[in-house]
Design a protein around this ligand. Sequence first.
Ligand code: ADP
Ligand code: MG
Length: 339
Amino acid sequence: QHNLVSNYTFSNFVEGKSNQLALAAANQVSENPGGAYNPLFLYGGVGLGKTHLMHAVGNALKINKPDARIVYLHSERFVADMVKALQLNAIADFKRYYRSVDALLIDDIQFFAKKDRSQEEFFHTFNALLEGGQQMILTCDRYPKEIDGLEERLKSRFGWGLTVAVEPPDLETRVAILMNKASQARLDLPPDAAFFIAQRIRSNVRELEGALKRVIASANFTRRPIDVDLVKESLKDLLALQDKQVSLDNIQRTVAEYYKIKVADLNSRRRNRSVARPRQVAMALAKELTNYSLPEIGDAFGGRDHTTVLHACRKIRELRETSSDIHEDYKNLLRLLTT
Ligand code: ADP
Ligand code: MG
């Protein structure tokens, strides 16, 4: 029992700038498991294709070697199985099982945070697999060093292989993904309709898929062909909801792009000036341009306290008067975000 999702394959995965590195790495791993990149560590926000890519590797490994034991599981499942094994006095079996696999794919390892006993078990499993040359692929919603409540030795070990970010897709890739999903569903999606959806749904691929499903449902229901009007109608509620959400997301992306850093950096714990200043600018813009409260803004920036946001707003207000660089940056960003 391997739990691989059969249609999460490489051929169903649309390549774009945002996932190019992760895709290339995943491809390498599928060709040379246990070789160059062990573990392969993919990180990034929700709905960006991490799980898909990890299954794609698993599926490819299965094709090359049908009797390979590929085990995919969510980290919560690993924890639950371990707890059960402990209760049943079967921890030796648990260990043997995980150490006997050809490849172990563990999803969303942020759930290991603060689970000390599980981390301990996983640490030993990890070492055993690495030594045995068995491939591991791990995913996480953030950069490993930034998982609070994860042991240092695990964090450092995760970096022994290759760590790659999966970024949110750009507009072009979003359009390509929609066209790809439509053609898989044997559906006629006019490019202008795809473009409209891709322009409005910017957060992640899962949301894009959800939007497309709505459009398809209403096309079936009304027996109308898909065009921009139908798209607008069927996504009306979703977009109204989205508009409130997009703004913070939009601010983060625009600021990240402006300062040539990653959105993940804005939400990270990193404190060096090159990241901390843009983060403060983004928080100040969020306060100025949205109706979100300070705690909500803090949440959106990697779960920070509202006092941090307040401090950022004050700091930026002050800097806009004393530093012409910040003044200029802030003005430019306001313009980018409001026109
Ligand atoms: P994550 O694990 O990063 O949260 P998933 O792998 O679950 O994201 O992806 C969410 C959905 O989007 C899945 O249905 C997946 O197939 C799809 N998806 C993500 N990226 C792509 C891509 N580049 N091409 C095609 N489908 C994608
Ligand atoms: Mg996932």
